[in-house]
Design a binder for this molecule. Structure first.
Ligand code: CTP
Ligand code: MG
Length: 243
């Protein structure tokens, strides 16, 4: 299954978080690894995809860091103000896209906090999105435990069908917007795009992504992301701006 031949693809990058769990002096997307901020690493990868028409970035109100970075003034990049939750930031970004988006517009939503995503993963996602969209994900490798309120084991659920959801996630713009607005109005806990789509009765496809596409969340993730970036450089991977 692939995207319709006349599909237009946009990217949407939620980047309005404060990075509380990281506990750094500034939001984690502006920390530097291998000479560039995490935001620059992430944007370089998205802007290397020629099939992406434009990239909408949702940043916090009064964010003083984002406007100083080169990608903020890139011809294909548009900045909007995000919201109090990731889902709200995504909703606001989708509304910016809806200005001139219709049935043939798709959106690749990717966390700014995932700077190690590979082009090959994004290309595979674009190539395997069915009618109901798709997301990068990883099968679980650890044994799962369900706990009671006191911290004792209640059960060991079968992990064979359990996946960790990553980003990017790829969906039609108008359908995702409707699903997300309905979920937010219903007060549903929405931590990724797929969960809003599932709630609306869609069945997104799981596309196995690479393990190095980590979300930088806690302090220990930072050296790990640095390691993955270095490995990718040593593999000779390049992110050439596609214009
Ligand atoms: N995000 C956003 N708007 C929010 C909250 C988060 O756009 N109100 C973005 C973050 O900037 C990040 C992505 O969603 O790129 C994933 O969120 P997360 O890893 O939770 O980042 P933070 O919310 O910044 O971190 P924390 O939860 O530790 O504060
Ligand atoms: Mg958060």
């Amino acid at each position: 299954m692939t995207l319709p031949a006349d599909a237009r693809v946009h990217a949407l990058v939620p980047a309005a978080g404060a990075g509380r769990r990281m506990g750094a002096a500034l939001p984690k997307q502006y920390l530097t690894l291998r000479g560039r901020t995490l935001a620059e690493h992430t944007m370089a990868r998205l802007l290397a995809l020629a099939s992406i028409e434009r990239v909408v970035v949702a940043v916090a109100r009064d964010d003083p860091w984002w406007p100083t970075l080169p990608p903020a003034s890139h011809r294909r990049v548009e900045t909007v103000t995000g919201g109090d939750t990731r889902a709200e930031s995504v909703r606001l970004g989708l509304e910016a896209l809806l200005g001139d988006a219709g049935e043939r517009d798709w959106v690749l939503v990717h966390d700014m906090a995932r700077p190690c995503v590979r082009l090959s993963d994004m290309e595979r996602l674009l190539a395997s999105a069915g009618d109901d969209g798709a997301l990068l994900a990883r099968p679980l490798t650890d044994t799962l435990k369900e706990s009671d309120d006191q911290g004792f084991v209640l059960a060991t659920p079968d992990r064979r069908r359990i996946w960790r959801a990553l980003t990017p996630q790829l969906f039609p713009v108008t359908v995702l917007h409707r699903a997300l607005v309905e979920a937010l109005e219903a007060g549903a806990a929405i931590t990724d795009e797929a969960s809003a789509m599932e709630r609306a009765g869609w069945r997104p496809r799981l596309v196995t992504g690479r393990a190095d596409n980590i979300k930088v969340t806690e302090p220990a993730d930072l050296p790990l992301a640095g390691f993955h970036l270095q490995q990718q450089e040593e593999e000779g991977l390049r992110w050439q701006d596609s214009g």
